[in-house]
Every structure is written in structure tokens, then in C-alpha cells.
Design a protein around this ligand. Structure first.
Ligand code: NAD
Ligand code: ZN
Length: 363
């Protein structure tokens, strides 16, 4: 038995208003003549962003520092990562660091752009496990949505020309994360639910998985308890809910760092590849039909959706061709570790193509 020796985030600060320490935190990482790049979710661009609009004004710009707005209309593509890093190389040569401020998509972009500042070729060349050759430039992640666990993970999920797969490596985790729950206030309740359910589903898949050990279990149970508090037990959403969901996301991410996700993620990857369904909502669409695999979890998930008045879309696979079903089935069955975690070593005997087709037809 070989145990995984995994790289974690170097520094973590947590607290309401901790964003104000950004200037001080990044100061030691500024290099003479090289700017800091703040990659900010386009939600916060002037004219949108609601009460958080002033976030752009709170960014501690110095010298040639630059704010780059991340277009997260679609989930990150390798072509977009290549374009952003190429532009920075042309404009500045190199930079002091990349500070990603936004949801899971922006955090993944920040990690990937940081790596591509120091690695040759295209980010598509590094989709896989431990293919990245050199450390990236300094990178910090500041989440504005809670749930994905992207703030702690050693991957960045990217859609490339041939596959949807992350740049998994020891160089991928952030050097610094700033967990300031104030930044998640005012997120629309549907978005908050879909991203929050990513965390809930991470917990169920990790805790019911065959890869579970006490490390994953400890984090998974805590994250699950926090998800239950915010999505089931509370009367109304309040500041404490933002605090709790941010820690749930962190703990949920730590739980899967030492185990794996499962059926909902494996099936949702197929939807995302073929139909461009986003991660959070895609996981919810699948989870809604997984009674056979996670009976208790699915029951509780449905209660959470009802209590938070969120409708989970139905019928998204209606009218697809055989070829399209096959594409989703092949993408999904390619996620071997997820299936093995969910169903055990004999998973291929359990999850046949026919069985998976029947499941996709239900969605
Ligand atoms: P997201 O980052 O895709 O953002 C969803 C929407 O919310 C966007 O329109 C964004 O502009 C907006 N938004 C962001 N912050 C907001 C705020 N405070 N208020 C209102 N709107 C806000 O959503 P997500 O669910 O956080 O992330 C999903 C992405 O994360 C996917 O690309 C997925 O692949 C990735 N992911 C990565 C990992 C990992 O380990 N690296 C794990 C899970 C998911
Ligand atoms: Zn997820």
C-alpha cells in the first residue's frame, strides 16, 4: 500500500474582512519591476457586482499592477488559459504573481495561468497527472463563492481540445488563500445553492466511497454538518451561513484531497463535456436521480432543494442521439478512479454502458 503524500496550500488566512490584509500579505512576493496581476471574476466589473462593486476599488494596485477581468461565462478552457498567459508574457515578460478573485472558475484560471507563465507550450499539454514541469509564479486564491473546494485542491479543471481534465500536480495548489466570507454575501441564492451543493455532494461521495480513510472522514463529516446547518436547519441565510459555508467548502475540499468524488461527478462530467452544463448545476441534475447509489444523501439533497426553493432542471438529455449518448458514456466511464471509489474494484461489472445509458436517459 502506497499512501498519497500530497502538497497543500502554503498559507491560509480566514476571517470577515481579511481581504483588507491582501496588500500586506502579497508585499513580500512583489519582485522589482514585475507587476502583480489580479484576475477578477467579471461579475465584479463596473456596472455589475451589486454591493460588492467596490471590490475593484479595494484591490491594492501598485506600479504596473493590472486588473484582468476573467470571463467565466463558460467554464475555463485551455485556449483561454493560453491566451491570458500569452498576453501577460507579451505585455510584461514575467509577473510577480497572479491573484485570483472569484468563484471556482476564476480560481482555476488563476492557478493555470500562474503555471503557464513558467511552463512552455499549451496548458492542454499538461492536462493529466503530474505533467507540469516547473513551478508557476506566486499565486493566491480568494473565493467569492463557497463550495467547489478549488481553493485547496491540487487541480484546475480545464476543457481542452481532446478532454476535460485538470492540471493535477504538486505545483498546482495556491501559495496563499484568503477566506473572507464577506465576499460571498449577496451571491444569488440559486448560484449559492448550486455551488454549495458541490460541497454537499463532495461529502456524500467521499464518505460513501471505498477510498475513505479517517483523514477524509474527519473533514467530510465536518463539512457535511456545516452544509446541513446552512441548507436545512437555519430559518434564513445570514452572515454566519456565509462563514459556515466557506469552511464547509474548505473541509469538503480537504476530504476529497485524500479520497475521491463519485457517481454524481463521473456522470456530470459527461453532461459538461457534451452540453456545456456547469459543474454545480450538473452535479445537482445527476444527484437528483442517484437514489440507487446514495439513498440517504439523495433524500436529504431533495429536502435541501425544496427548503431553498431551487428547482433542479429535468429532461436535459431528451432528444439526444445515440452518438451523443455514447460520447457522454465514454467521457464518464473514462473517470476510472471516481467509479472505483464509488463502486469498488469491480465497478466495470456494475456500471455497464447500458446501465449508464439508462441513467443519462432519466436526467
Ligand atoms: P463559477 O466560478 O463558474 O461562477 C458562477 C457564476 O457566479 C459566474 O457567473 C460568476 O461570475 C458568478 N459569481 C462569482 N462570485 C459571485 C458572487 N460573490 N456573487 C454573485 N455572483 C458571483 O462557479 P463555481 O461553482 O464557484 O465554480 C465552478 C467551477 O469550479 C467549474 O469550472 C468547475 O470545473 C470548477 N471546480 C474546480 C475544482 C477544483 O478542484 N479545481 C473543484 C470543483 C469545481
Ligand atoms: Zn465538484
Amino acid at each position: 500500500m502506497k499512501f498519497r503524500n500530497f502538497k497543500m496550500v502554503d498559507y491560509v488566512v480566514y476571517g470577515r474582512g481579511s481581504f483588507n490584509q491582501l496588500d500586506e500579505i502579497i508585499a513580500p512576493h512583489r519582485k522589482e519591476g514585475r507587476p502583480m496581476i489580479f484576475l477578477v471574476d467579471h461579475f465584479f466589473s463596473a456596472g455589475s457586482g451589486g454591493q460588492n462593486n467596490s471590490l475593484l476599488n479595494r484591490i491594492p494596485l501598485k506600479g504596473k499592477d493590472k486588473i484582468v477581468l476573467a470571463d467565466v461565462t463558460h467554464e475555463p478552457k485551455t485556449s483561454y488559459v493560453d491566451k491570458l498567459s500569452q498576453q501577460l508574457k507579451e505585455e510584461f515578460g514575467t509577473v510577480s504573481g497572479i491573484i485570483g478573485i472569484g468563484g471556482g472558475s476564476t480560481m482555476d484560471l488563476a492557478k493555470a495561468v500562474s503555471l503557464m507563465m513558467n511552463n512552455p507550450g499549451s496548458s492542454a499539454d499538461y492536462q493529466g497527472w503530474d505533467l507540469v514541469k516547473f513551478p508557476g509564479v506566486y499565486k493566491a486564491g480568494i473565493p467569492t463563492l463557497s463550495g467547489t473546494g478549488a481553493e485547496v485542491s491540487r487541480t484546475t479543471v480545464l476543457t481542452g481540445p481532446a478532454k476535460k481534465l485538470g492540471m493535477n500536480s504538486d505545483f498546482t495548489p495556491f501559495n496563499q488563500i484568503i477566506l473572507d466570507p464577506e465576499l460571498t454575501a449577496n451571491a444569488p441564492s440559486d448560484q449559492r445553492f448550486y455551488t454549495g451543493m458541490d460541497c454537499y455532494i463532495h461529502c456524500i461521495e467521499s464518505l460513501q466511497g471505498t477510498y475513505l480513510n479517517e483523514f477524509s472522514k474527519s473533514y467530510g463529516e465536518k463539512a457535511l454538518e456545516l452544509c446541513r446547518k446552512v441548507f436545512l436547519q437555519k430559518k434564513e441565510w445570514d452572515n454566519e451561513s456565509d462563514d459556515q459555508l466557506m469552511m464547509a467548502s474548505y473541509a469538503g475540499g480537504m476530504s476529497i484531497a485524500y479520497s475521491q468524488v463519485g457517481v454524481a461527478h463521473a456522470v456530470s462530467y459527461g453532461l459538461s463535456y457534451l452540453l456545456g452544463t456547469k459543474h454545480g448545476i450538473g452535479n445537482c441534475i445527476v444527484m437528483n436521480h442517484l437514489e440507487e447509489y446514495y439513498p440517504e444523501g439523495v433524500k436529504e439533497f431533495k429536502c435541501m432543494a425544496e427548503k431553498n426553493k431551487v428547482d433542479i432542471p429535468e429532461g436535459i438529455c431528451r432528444g439526444l442521439s445515440n452518438e451523443q449518448f455514447d460520447t457522454m458514456i465514454n467521457v464518464s466511464l473514462g473517470m476510472k478512479p471516481l467509479w472505483e471509489n464509488a463502486l469498488g474494484k469491480n465497478w466495470e461489472k456494475i456500471m455497464t454502458k447500458e446501465k449508464l445509458r439508462a441513467l443519462y436517459e432519466k436526467l
